[in-house]
Design a protein around this ligand. Structure first.
Ligand code: CAO
Length: 226
């Protein structure tokens, strides 16, 4: 069967990134029990605003903060092979599954936007993606990407870095798990995360610090304000 233009581009980008960037994926689970309780509290307000508050805006915000605190992840490999590029802005791509194939619109300046604004923009971008209305500019300039299969299912996956970005966060399906609190097992809502990075730009220790910080942020979203 002939491939769509999007599917052809995705195939060639995936193959190029896979062959050029040495990639490692690191896994962790974030305790999103409190985040989910807060998100549910926002549902009624979301209906009034006509905005769906999914976990995505929280993840975008937490990634922007974690990138700011761990600037190594916000770098790109320079094709000269002799330098890397440090970015000081936080534009994050969001993978969207569409009938034409996979597209990654970019949400700009995530650090400067609130959760409602991010929820609205993510919804608008996903709708534009599904309607085939994204412009080339809508998909350019990202520093980092997220790919959520949370609504579909699965315990983990290893996403492929969207070069020249150095990192991508794969989000799987949250579930209630027994977590030991030092005295007993408690039911907690755990979100499995897989963070793939370009090992030319990011070392394992940098990735570990980024992931640990991100998991702590998602576990206590008050930290987003710090
Ligand atoms: N765990 C459990 N439930 C989750 C979840 C998670 N990690 N993430 C979302 N959900 C829930 C949402 O909360 C929502 O439930 P409620 O209505 O009860 O709140 C439900 O799943 C549906 O969410 P959604 O699809 O409306 O929104 P989303 O923010 O999860 O996803 C988008 C938006 C654009 C990321 C998604 O539609 C999409 O296209 N995902 C596929 C991306 C993809 O293909 N990645 C692979 C790339 S590599 O091939």
């Amino acid at each position: 069967m002939p491939l769509s233009k999007v599917a052809r581009l995705t195939a060639s980008n995936m193959a190029r990134n896979w062959l050029n960037a040495p990639m490692v994926t690191q896994f962790d689970d974030a305790d999103i029990t409190e985040l989910e309780a807060f998100r549910k509290e926002l549902k009624a307000e979301g209906e009034k605003r006509d905005i769906k508050m999914t976990p995505i805006p929280f993840l975008l915000k937490a990634c922007a903060k974690a990138l700011a605190e761990n600037p190594v992840i916000n770098r790109s490999w320079h094709s000269s092979g002799g330098k890397v590029i440090q970015k000081h802005y936080y534009h994050i791509g969001m993978a969207v599954d569409t009938p034409r194939g996979l597209v990654v619109p970019v949400i700009r300046d995530v650090d400067k936007k609130g959760l409602w604004e991010l929820a609205e923009e993510a919804g608008v971008m996903a709708a534009k993606a599904r309607d085939g209305k994204l412009s080339a500019a809508d998909m350019q300039g990202g520093c980092f990407s997220i790919s959520s299969l949370g609504a579909i299912g699965g315990r983990g996956f290893t996403p492929i870095v969207n070069s020249p970005e150095a990192g991508i966060l794969g989000i799987s399906k949250a579930s209630i798990q027994p977590v030991w609190n030092g005295a007993e097992f408690e039911p907690r809502q755990m979100l499995p995360l897989g963070f793939t990075y370009d090992h030319r730009v990011v070392n394992g220790a940098d990735a570990g610090r980024f992931m640990t910080y991100l998991v702590a942020l998602l576990g206590d979203i008050r930290r987003l304000l710090l």
